[in-house]
Design a protein around this ligand. Structure first.
Ligand SMILES: [Zn+2]
Length: 209
């Protein structure tokens, strides 16, 4: 968002297509890039302030590298990103609270489970390698069930922090205590922490789509 201050200097091209560059009309152009029109396709108002060969994959206007945003379907201008974010992410603050509470509660449960697994002994490592990611997937799924189609740009971050906070008491704290007293079992106590890490990374991967 740091380059948002680069507002178009002139009105030329803001209303239509930059004429001088001779690019095809912005309307009905998706065929060129194979991008199908989507609900958040908007009229980009972007105007490049210097010559460039890069094009916005949504409006096909010349796009400066410093303003380009990378998406799975190509580089787009800041206008498109802004409009997309506004229509795609519809979450209200109270829904962030719900995400946090669900992730916190499941974090406590997950922390206890990982702690119990960690106590098993030798097989704890193997079980944790499976249980961690499974747990993360479960949390992501639970949040999706609770919130339905509501999307939040930072749901993933909210959930990750809440999950770690919930799980920390049973996983991170014991390690800190054991390290403080320089106990050799601190290394074994690390297993649940690894589990939390796996859970969180899986959860983030599922939620950041
Ligand atoms: Zn654009």
């Amino acid at each position: 968002m740091s380059t948002q201050n680069s507002t178009p200097p002139a009105q030329s091209g803001a209303t239509g297509i930059p004429a001088a560059t001779g690019i095809p009309a912005a309307t009905g152009i998706p065929a060129a890039t194979g991008v199908s029109p989507s609900p958040y396709d908007i009229e980009c108002q972007y105007v490049a302030t210097a010559p460039t060969t890069l094009r916005c994959s949504k409006c096909n206007r010349p796009l400066m590298t410093k303003d380009a945003r990378r998406t799975p379907t190509g580089y787009v201008c800041p206008y498109y990103v802004k409009a997309r974010v506004a229509t795609f992410y519809t979450a209200k603050p109270e829904q962030y609270v719900i995400v946090a509470l669900v992730a916190l509660a499941l974090g406590v449960v997950g922390g206890v489970v990982l702690r119990l697994i960690g106590n098993i002994g030798l097989f704890a490592i193997i079980i944790t390698l499976f249980a961690g990611p499974a747990m993360g997937g479960l949390v992501a799924e639970a949040i999706r069930r609770v919130l339905g189609k509501v999307r939040g740009q930072y749901f993933w971050l909210t959930a990750a922090i809440a999950f770690v906070v919930g799980a920390a008491y049973f996983t991170v704290l014991p390690v800190l205590v054991l390290f403080l007293v320089v106990s050799p079992s601190a290394l074994f106590a690390l297993i649940p922490v690894v589990g939390v890490g796996l859970a969180v990374s899986t959860m983030i991967a599922r939620m950041r789509i």
